[in-house]
Design a protein around this ligand. Structure first.
Ligand SMILES: Cc1cc2nc3c(=O)[nH]c(=O)nc-3n(C[C@H](O)[C@H](O)[C@H](O)COP(=O)(O)OP(=O)(O)OC[C@H]3O[C@@H](n4cnc5c(N)ncnc54)[C@H](O)[C@@H]3O)c2cc1C
Ligand code: SF4
Length: 741
């Protein structure tokens, strides 16, 4: 249950606090922990007017909306207006006057009469400017409060300041293909139903939509064809203009100097597919989302899952900003915000930092294999026109990776003389001396790649973990209050190296399920509310946790729809290919078995091969292997890691708590260094981890984390042998600023 606490923090901001311990947002616990004064303490209003004049405060969305400060929802005209907006200031506020709701809109709790009183956050968003940071208008009242406490700096606990909050219908975490597709589909459904005020809010940690997106990418267009059928039409002024149709296609087995062509199974062909820069594509999708009325907030990193009193997910909170490395608030301190929602969709991509918490909390992996991952490292080059073959697609296995390691290289020619090339190295590798970054540098020296790169210029670099587990590693995707979509759940078709179409489709399926669930639920709740009003005792309709009975949404329909979808069909067909590489014969058996599966069996076998271990469990002690001496970079085709990082546009404020959380650095060194000889330094593609010689330390080395270089690939969280590195979001808007990746 919530009670309106304050409306003084800004013209368009509602502040609410939870009245029950353990309630949504855990605001109450934070307030209590800080010894809040009665004035700050949450209050319950069982029924009757609140300070805002709201009646029947209930733990449900309709009640929350009644507490909101009057502000307008984006109208169709304001949305249309956004289309052509280029100035930053015109994007900052969502307080434009609303148009009257459609006369045909069904009467529901999402109807305009209520939603026109919704809170609107005053948020300054930064587009196309560096550095991109999470910027919010800090209300006068909060400044005063901060000033008060600064007098007693030592006892000040930043968490004692309550967070601003907003209530929406659906909150989506992550502005990748999955999150944006879910958001667009939801708003399409709402707009078709005449309910333009249905609020869909999307939070993205990158300073701009697409700035953290790193992929291949050859995309299969089935999902986008359905979502935005005219996405390529010449007569569509908002079409995506940068898709290169797939052309010549080849698969090669590499020795150190030779490339041996392999037969391509029919399902691996790329006929009808497109080569894109996924970060450009995602940025375009972001604009389409805004067009249909999604509230898109780049620069907002969701750092905490919020739970309702009944244990269901009821939204997320963003992290506090302006905290120093010592954990103390700086002058720039701003408390995070809470975003409450009836449905929360996690589309954080591979190994999401909140998703992993939700998976654990609801034990969603109870019937699935551990997830396994690869690390993709890539560069984009401008090459000489003589070697450029627009649309050409090259895949490779073998060199430089050892025979017992799954992975492979790719090179796609797209746009105007651009070539994107990369190497995916499976993270179940055993040898801690291996460096995926240096393997990629070696790959570029192979004649197949070198002849294309010579005389060209590297313009971009990036790295990102990707999902490899396939069907048997998909967790349960629905939980009370929300669902997991896209790579966060794990729908990548590994043999095809394609996940975008499945990520998008899963987002669309989750959107449809959420829309149906909310509308069905809305009708039921309206009936309940009417009944409750008759008894004049709304509280009697609440369960012992204070929630309205039946108010928690569970997206059963999404789980079911997934199983009937093309995602399931294609992942089932290839389910045994990736695990077939895990036998002692490694690549040789894997290639043979996968060839038979792809050409003959097509998944129609009664068995399913399993992933028995998480990737970090496969790492063996360094003493069991010979150290790998990688050649020095030549500065033309191969580069040192810091030069590469400089091509990512990465930026993190240094004076903030390290977002790569290692509880005790000395203990980490004691437990990890002797056995693995500093493997963190070799698996990180951004040079974040170092062991610096230090005679005063028992191991003769000191562990160091250069967090400002982090490019958010998540490899450390996956591969750290003792699982003692916890990747958490840094301040919103920080991290890489990818270009053409
Ligand atoms: C090297 C490589 C090559 C690939 N090649 C191809 C290919 O050729 N074809 C293909 O179809 N697929 C390819 N893929 C896979 C494809 O990129 C993914 O399947 C797809 O991007 C998944 O989309 P998503 O939306 O689930 O996740 P993502 O694209 O990862 O998007 C997740 C978004 O969520 C944001 N986010 C994460 N956590 C938070 C948080 N807490 N708060 C706010 N925002 C958050 C991230 O910044 C990101 O923008 C490749 C992947 C890699 C790494
Ligand atoms: S610190 Fe971790 S997440 Fe960041 S770049 Fe290195 S391995 Fe990737």
């Amino acid at each position: 249950m919530f009670a309106a606490a304050s409306a003084s923090s800004g013209p368009a901001v509602a502040v609410r606090v939870c009245w029950k311990a353990g309630g949504c947002g855990a605001v109450l616990s934070a307030v209590q922990a800080a010894g809040a004064t009665p004035a700050m303490a949450p209050q319950r209003s069982a029924s009757g007017p609140t300070p805002n004049g709201a009646a029947n405060q209930r733990w449900n969305s309709s009640a929350l909306r009644r507490t909101a400060i009057p502000a307008a929802a984006p109208s169709s005209s304001s949305i249309a207006g956004r289309r052509n907006r280029t100035s930053r200031t015109s994007r900052t506020s969502h307080t434009s006057p609303s148009s009257p709701s459609s006369p045909s809109a069904p009467p529901s709790r999402y109807s305009h009469s209520q939603s026109s009183r919704r809170p609107r956050l005053a948020i300054a968003r930064v587009y196309n400017s560096a550095p991109s940071t999470q910027t919010r208008f800090f209300s006068e009242s909060r400044r005063r409060r901060m000033a008060d406490v600064v007098e007693d700096e030592d006892s000040f606990d930043p968490q004692s300041i309550e967070r601003e909050s907003d209530m929406v219908d659906v909150c989506i975490i992550g502005g990748g293909p999955a999150g944006l597709s879910a958001a667009i589909r939801l708003k399409q459904l709402a707009n078709e139903a005449g309910n333009e005020d249905f609020r869909v809010l999307l939070l993205e940690k990158a300073g701009e939509i697409g700035a953290h997106t790193m992929s291949g990418a050859v995309i299969q267009p089935d999902a986008i064809n359905e979502l935005i059928p005219n996405w390529l039409d010449e007569d569509n002024p908002e079409r995506f203009e940068f898709a290169t149709p797939a052309g010549k296609d080849s698969m090669n087995f590499l020795t150190k100097t030779m490339a041996i062509p392999l037969p391509m199974p029919p399902q691996m062909h790329n006929d009808g597919n497109y080569i894109v820069s996924l970060n450009q594509y995602v940025s375009w999708l972001g604009a389409r989302a805004e067009e249909v009325g999604v509230e898109v907030y780049p620069g907002f990193a969701a750092s905490e899952v919020l739970y309702a009193p009944d244990g269901s997910v009821c939204g997320v909170a963003t992290n506090d900003v302006g905290i120093g490395r010592d954990g103390k608030p700086k002058d720039s301190f701003e408390r995070g915000m809470e975003f409450h929602a009836r449905v929360t969709l996690f589309g954080e991509g591979c190994h999401g930092s909140l998703t992993k918490q939700v998976i654990k909390k609801f034990d969603l992996r109870r019937d699935s294999d551990p997830q396994t991952y690869g690390l993709g490292i890539k560069e984009v080059w401008e090459v000489n026109p003589e070697v450029f073959e627009k649309g050409k697609i090259v895949h490779a296995m073998g060199y430089p990776l050892p025979y017992d390691l799954y992975g492979g290289g790719f090179m796609y020619h797209f746009g105007d003389n651009l070539v994107t090339l990369g190497l995916v190295t499976s993270l179940d590798y055993k040898n801690p001396w291996l460096s995926p970054y240096n393997e990629f540098q070696r790959m570029k020296q192979h004649p197949l790649f070198r002849k294309v790169l010579e005389g060209g210029k590297c313009i971009s670099y990036g790295a990102r973990a990707l999902i490899e587990g396939g069907l048997q590693s998909i967790p349960k995707v629905a939980f009370p209050g929300g669902a997991i979509i896209g790579d966060s759940a794990g729908f990548v078709n590994v043999p095809k190296v394609k996940g975008t179409h499945n990520a998008m489709r899963s987002g669309m399926l989750a959107a449809e399920a959420a829309w149906n669930a909310l509308n069905t639920d809305a009708d039921a709740a309206a009936a309940e509310a009417a009944e409750a009003a008759e008894t004049e005792n709304a509280a009697a309709e609440e369960d012992e946790d204070g929630r309205v009975k039946g108010d928690t949404v569970f997206l059963y329909e999404y789980e079911e729809a997934l199983r009937k979808s093309s995602i399931w069909k294609e992942l089932k067909e290839v389910r045994n290919m990736r695990p077939s590489f895990q036998t002692p014969l490694g690549m040789y058996w894997g290639v043979l078995y996968s060839g038979i599966e792809a050409l003959v069996l097509k998944g129609r076998v009664p068995w399913t091969l399993h992933h028995k271990h998480a990737d970090h469990e496969n790492t063996r002690p360094a003493s069991q292997f010979k150290k790998i001496d990688y050649p020095k970079p030549d500065g033309e085709i191969t580069f040192d890691i810091l030069t590469s990082v400089s091509r990512t546009g990465t930026n993190h404020e240094e004076d903030q708590p390290v977002h790569l959380q290692v509880k005790d650095w000395d203990k980490h060194t004691e437990e990890t260094y002797p056995e693995f000889q500093g493997m963190e330094n070799r698996f990180c593609p951004a040079g974040v981890y170092e062991y610096i010689e230090d005679a005063s330390k028992p191991q003769g080395v000191r562990f160091q984390i250069n967090a400002q270089n982090c490019i958010h690939c998540k490899t450390c969280d996956i591969k750290a042998p003792k699982q003692d590195i916890n990747w958490q979001v840094p301040q919103g808007g920080e991290g890489p600023k990818y270009y053409m990746t």
